[in-house]
Design a protein around this ligand. Structure first.
Ligand code: 26V
Length: 813
């Protein structure tokens, strides 16, 4: 992109002057960021156009990844990396007295996602472009992304995230491709002379959907794909009506706000489906705008409808875009005039679905009345799909009413979005081997029995470009210097590092890189949180959404336990530890917010107590985000992946941390099982109940938390500290709910049951860390085996086995 450092410097200074009228010395960091990002975008445009033209010319199959969330984080550094311009720009900026990492801080994180599901979508886009596959994201341009988290008196407070405030360098508004989406009204059907029904809408409300495109730059600029985010705006008619109202009444009644509301914010609760009407509006808006646009482009190709699914794959990221099924049927039948059978074949063969959770409270259902009034025609089609589906079940197995009742799409006055997604797709996948097995054998057992060929596993992955090459450049450089460049394109080649397992000098180098990263993080924490931490302590990291099943409370109870041990016996031999947390709680999730308050309280106590402060430190970092993760992960020694077995579908933080040389402390859950399989018993700490044990306890109801509490002195001591007077409770009732969740309400997530094995595993870690050589060897094992979890492989598997994209590189091994 820039042929030399000198060329870059000259171009940068020139652009700075023409855009801001300032010299390098006068420019602010914000000015410099702005100018640099504009330059990068400008240089991408050509390649962006060429990519699209080359896809068209080659008649390539296009995959559209529909997702309510894309958690992209910052783009400047990553784009420069993939364009191969990072070094030139970094060095050029240094010559000019600037540094790239500081400029990067001026970019707002695009936080258009809650957590794992949204970040996975972002990693997938990176891999699609890097493999040169024609894969694009379809999402919503929320004006407020994930809320900003602040702590006030130890409690989480949410502030709106105005990420677009200073403009967003990477988006391009495509006014000319705007379309309309309809809501509500009544449907009238008219029969033509052939007896075919035609549907017209009366009194429906129309909203304008305007696309904003963001370029997705692949490795070596192999391709520049598109993330298309739709924004809701009033139609021209609406604006005219508004003007008339204003003229007549001198004021405006808020109609426009109502329409724009659809893309005003991201729902921040990923754990509890609330069934809010606005959320359904968002889902339909995404699906309808995205699909109308895709169908229009397909029609421009002038191909028969029977080729649709050869040229287009439509993927739904969880059930949130499940209305793609009835909406595609509607477009094909009502707008394009196809018959039901033909439309259904096209729909089923183009749509595929990924499930990301088995938590029943997060599964989407919508009351029939809500869908019927908001989307009358869509509801008619869902009813028809359901009718025909139940009929086919009856034909397969006449008289089995029970099975039909279990599998029906509409039941008890609700539409089940997972059922709609399974029935309307040709592929259903889980996100880690264990998760897929649980879907097949338990949660979706009856569907699996009816359509076994539809079910498959695609273990999640992460992009090694953002999470290793960009986040941890010194480790990436060491790998390259050791095994050559090829691992960047074939991450499994990192396995070659295994031959350095016994190489003391190499292990020392690994150690120094980790230490250096820890020092950087320590400086950042000192600056931002005013807490001084010891880079020689174990950095023990728990970063993910706050949720009961993720068991941040178990981690907290263990810290309380260590505190008690140290206070009782100050001379005890314990490797110093820094516990680092990062987590947002859903605003209405009372329990999760209490856990945040507890951890902040523990931090206050242990960080100040003269007996404990040099041995244990606790830091809860505010406002966890993609960019914060990029700072924490390279500095981590211990990766906490301690979900109740069977509950975490996959996890992806576990993979990022492994790739950066952290050792997993985890249950046999989600992708931890596959991490364990890769690294073997000696480079991971596992503990706790197995998923079968957990599921069987749920089934039999045989677990008795009170018995655990009463029968174990260590457990009783920490649990009582939540209820009775203690340095943490200080005698008030703040943590009583946590006590009740554990004791009175029978400890839904088995914290007490797993407590002792967790404490033992932690003790082992404390002991092993003191053996520097052993620890570094374990760290090496993790890095060397992490290539398997590159999302490039995951995407190759999706492309080959789900999307049938010819030309996707075949896996080797
Ligand atoms: C559900 C809901 C329901 C209410 C409205 C807002 C909302 C937003 C998101 C969700 C989905 C939660 C499911 C989810 O994020 N699953 C996570 O997916 C990761 C990627 O596959 C996986 O690694 C995690 O284990 C899994 O918890």
């Amino acid at each position: 992109m820039f042929s030399s450092k000198e060329e870059f410097k000259e171009a940068f200074a020139k652009n700075l002057e023409s855009e801001t009228g300032k010299t390098i010395e006068q420019a602010t960091e914000q000015d410099a960021y702005h100018v640099l990002s504009q330059m990068v975008r400008g240089r991408l445009v050509q390649k962006w156009k060429e990519t699209e033209q080359s896809y068209q010319a080659a008649g390539k199959k296009q995959v559209y990844y529909f997702s309510m969330e894309f958690l992209m984080g910052r783009l400047l550094g990553n784009n420069l990396l993939n364009m191969g311009a990072l070094n030139v720009v970094e060095e050029g900026l240094i010559d000019l007295g600037l540094t790239l990492p500081i400029l990067e801080e001026s970019e707002a994180d695009a936080g258009l996602g809650n957590g794992g599901l949204g970040r996975l979508a972002a990693c997938f886009l990176d891999s699609l472009a890097s493999l040169g596959l024609a894969g694009h994201g379809v999402g919503l341009r929320y004006r407020n992304g994930m809320f900003t988290q602040r702590f006030v008196n130890g409690y989480q407070v949410e502030l709106p995230d105005h990420w677009l405030e200073d403009g967003y360098a990477w988006e391009v508004r495509r006014e000319e491709e705007a379309i309309e989406v309809s809501f509500g009204g009544e449907i009238e059907s008219v029969e033509d002379k052939n007896g075919d029904l035609h549907f017209t809408y009366k009194n429906s409300q129309r909203v304008r959907a305007v696309p904003y495109d963001i370029p997705v730059v692949g490795d070596q600029e192999k391709a520049v794909n598109t993330l298309r985010l739709w924004s809701a705006e009033p139609t021209e008619e609406d604006l005219l009506a508004k003007a008339q109202i204003e003229q007549a009444y001198g004021n405006y009644i808020g109609h426009q706000r109502h329409l724009e509301e659809i893309t005003s914010f991201l729902y921040p609760d990923d754990s509890n489906e609330e069934g809010k009407k606005l959320r359904l509006k968002q889902e339909y808006f995404l699906v309808s705008a995205g699909l109308q646009n895709i169908v229009q482009k397909y029609k421009d190709l002038d191909l028969p409808w029977s080729d649709f699914s050869k040229r287009i794959a439509l993927h739904i990221n969880d059930t949130h875009p499940a209305l793609i099924v009835p909406e595609l049927m509607r477009i094909l039948m009502d707008v394009e005039g196809l018959g039901w059978e033909e439309a259904w074949t096209i729909t089923q063969s183009s749509v595929s679905y990924t499930n990301h959770t088995t938590l029943s409270e997060a599964l989407e259902t919508w009351p029939v009345e809500v869908i019927r009034t908001l989307l009358p025609r869509i509801f008619m089609i869902i009813e028809e799909i359901n009718e025909r589906f139940c009929q086919s079940l009856w034909e397969q197995d006449p008289g089995d009413f029970d099975r039909i009742a279990k599998l029906a799409i509409i039941a008890d006055g609700n539409v089940k979005m997972a059922h709609l997604s399974i029935v309307g797709s040709h592929s259903v996948n889980g996100v880690a081997r264990l998760h897929t097995e649980i879907l097949k054998n338990r949660e979706m057992k009856h569907f699996y029995e009816a359509f076994p060929e539809r079910f498959n596993n695609k273990t999640n992955g992460i992009t090694h470009r953002r999470w290793l090459l960009h986040a941890n450049p010194s480790l990436a450089e060491l790998i390259t210097n050791t095994v050559g460049e090829e691992w960047k394109r074939e991450p499994r080649l990192m396995k070659q590092l295994l031959s350095y397992r016994e190489d003391g000098a190499f292990l020392d180098e690994l150690h120094h890189i980790k230490q250096h990263n820890k020092e950087n993080l320590a400086q950042w924490i000192e600056k931002d949180h005013g807490i001084s931490i010891d880079p020689n302590s174990i950095f023990d990291v728990h970063i993910k959404r706050l949720h009961g099943y993720k068991r941040q409370l178990l981690n907290a109870l263990h810290i309380m336990h260590l505190y008690n041990e140290l206070k009782a016996n100050p001379g005890i031999d314990m490797t110093p530890r820094t516990f680092i947390f990062g987590a947002k709680a859903a605003p209405g999730y009372y329990f999760a917010k209490k856990v945040i308050k507890l951890i902040n309280t523990i931090a206050e106590v242990v960080n100040q107590d003269p007996v404990t402060k040099d041995t244990i430190k606790v830091v809860f970092m505010e406002d966890y985000s993609v960019s914060l993760a990029e700072k924490i992960i390279p500095a981590t020694n211990v990766s906490e992946q301690i979900s109740t077995a069977s509950k975490e579908a996959s996890g992806t933080g576990n993979m990022k941390l492994m790739m950066n040389g952290a050792i997993t402390l985890g249950t046999m859950d989600g992708a931890n099982v596959e991490i364990h399989e890769e690294v073997g018993n000696d480079a991971i700490y596992t503990f706790g109940l197995s998923s079968e044990e957990v599921l069987s306890y749920y089934h039999t109801g045989a677990y008795d938390a009170k018995e655990m509490y009463e029968g174990d002195q260590r457990i009783r001591r920490v649990v009582d500290q939540l209820f009775h007077y203690s340095p943490f409770s200080k005698g008030d009732t703040t943590f009583h709910e946590l006590y009740h969740a554990l004791v009175t309400n029978n400890d839904e997530y088995f914290l007490l049951k797993d407590f002792n094995s967790y404490v033992e595993a932690q003790k082992e870690i404390s002991h092993d860390y003191a053996n520097r050589r052993k620890w570094n060897e374990m760290s090496l094992m993790n890095i060397a085996h992490s290539g398997r979890f590159s999302s490039d492989y995951t995407i190759e598997n999706y492309a080959n086995e789900i999307w049938n994209m010819s030309g996707a590189k075949l896996l080797n091994g």
